[in-house]
Design a protein around this ligand. Structure first.
Ligand code: FAD
Ligand code: UDP
Length: 387
């Protein structure tokens, strides 16, 4: 008897949904998507809260990319608002643009001293350059070294300690490099060519992506209850499955954490609805010197939703992930030791040629949404060309 599906996709986030659509459409594969949660869209999921405000349940998601293939591909399923993300850091009552830029410099040092430092920075690094905090801290010029200390102390140190429980030197340098010092007056958080929010939200975009006659989505299903990876061949519901399996969950969970848990940071979101039109000046305010939370996001400022008398915000508080029920692993803690542990799980997965680890959890990487879409399309290219 012919199997009912050519491919099983575990997880209906960006990694899984993009792969499902691509294989169903371009390869005419019959795809079964198994999703543990009761909704699609993974961590990008958005919904109306009880006050009617469109919120991002798992934290603020702003789409941005320089990759035209990714942008064009997603644009088949949504239109975009032309939202440009801007963030300020709350520093002892002043709100400074983050990434720290020439405007922040002037706010921190006043126009006169700021102009002198600006000249020095531009002579040293050049205009419109991005310089990481760790790079700036290498500079031995006394004035620039003092500036580096200021930025380190007021923007990076406390935020990073709250987020990672480690200092900027201890974490993967690529992480702080995501928010470099920008020698510009462009105060946008991202400079990518394509940027915006899905006009009707992420969940409707995912619904359209997964709406294809070759795709079956089952929600509320933990794929580990249906798949067996122990034998030479993968089994689905107790029967050998000869198609491909794309797994986008955590790599350690797939193998019952047999070598120990992969370390992650999790987040607690404290949602609050306030009876005012707007709560704060920007969609995101980072608390870089005070408060237990790292940032507060006001969703209406992201989505452009118009509601004159109420608004919902979320405070983000970071904790160590323990694996307790209900906890979500959000950020992989990337270092040599953890990458090594990940490598052991990857090797287990590698025993099955038809099993593919894909996505932020399964690959144990710090990917933005666009990188996941690109990665998912690339895997589909390989699978479809190989058949
Ligand atoms: P996920 O979205 O996590 O999807 C994986 C899915 O698999 C989940 O739905 C999960 O329930 C399901 N699953 C797991 N295990 C199983 C199982 N055993 N059985 C069935 N289903 C399972 N990126 C940006 O580009 N811009 C942003 O502004 C941005 N903001 C972010 C803010 C926060 C707080 C976080 C944590 C991330 C942010 N990201 C952002 C990154 C973005 O969330 C990821 O790149 C993207 O969601 C990854 O997609 P994914 O499919 O790999 O993983
Ligand atoms: N960061 C910081 N202060 C800020 C913003 C970022 O110290 O005001 C550091 C912090 O270590 C953070 C990292 O830069 O984890 C990456 O920030 P980003 O905004 O990219 O994080 P994400 O939105 O992915 O949580």
């Amino acid at each position: 008897m012919q199997a009912a599906f050519d491919c099983i996709v575990v997880g209906a986030g960006f990694a899984g949904a993009v792969a499902a659509r691509e294989l169903a459409e371009r390869g005419n594969w019959r795809v079964l998507v198994l999703e543990r949660r009761d909704h699609i869209a993974g961590n990008a999921y958005d919904r109306l809260d009880s006050a009617g405000v469109l919120i991002h349940q798992y934290g603020p998601h702003i789409f941005h990319t320089g990759d035209k293939r990714v942008y064009d591909w997603l644009s088949r399923f949504t239109q975009w608002s032309d939202y440009q993300h801007r963030v300020v850091a709350e520093v002892y009552g002043q709100q400074m643009p983050v990434p720290f830029n020439l405007t922040s410099l002037s706010m921190a040092y006043g126009p006169e001293r700021g102009a002198g430092l600006e000249r020095k920075l531009l002579e040293t690094y050049g205009p419109e350059r991005k310089v990481t905090i760790l790079e700036l801290r290498q500079n031995s010029d006394p004035a620039l070294a003092e500036l580096a200390d200021y930025i380190y102390e007021h923007i990076f140190l406390h935020y990073t300690m709250k987020q990672w429980d480690q200092s900027p030197e201890e974490i993967d340098p690529n992480t702080t490099a995501r928010v470099p010092i920008f020698l510009s007056r462009d105060d946008r958080y991202f400079q990518d060519a394509y940027q915006g929010m899905p006009l009707e939200g992420y969940a409707p975009m995912f619904s359209r992506m997964l709406d294809h006659p070759n795709i079956t989505v089952e929600l509320g299903i933990d794929a580990r209850d249906r798949l067996d990876l122990e034998g030479a061949q993968i089994c689905l519901d107790g029967k050998p499955f000869s198609g491909h399996v794309i797994y986008t969950g955590a790599a350690d969970e797939l193998f019952d954490c047999r070598f120990g848990r992969l370390p992650y940071r999790t987040l607690e979101f404290q949602f609050e609805t306030h009876p005012v039109e707007y709560y704060q000046s920007h969609a995101t305010v980072n608390y870089t010197v005070s408060e237990p939370w790292t940032r507060i996001t006001e969703f209406k400022r992201l989505t452009g939703q118009v509601l004159p008398d109420r608004t919902t915000i979320a405070k983000e508080i970071s904790h160590a992930y323990t694996g307790a029920p209900g906890e979500t692993p959000y950020y992989a803690i990337i270092n040599q030791e953890n990458n090594c542990l990940y490598g052991r799980y990857q090797a287990l997965a590698g025993r099955h040629q038809s099993l593919h680890l894909l996505g932020r959890l399964a690959e144990y990487k710090y990917y933005n949404m666009d990188a996941i879409v690109a990665q998912s399309l690339a895997l589909c290219d390989r699978l479809l060309f190989a058949t």
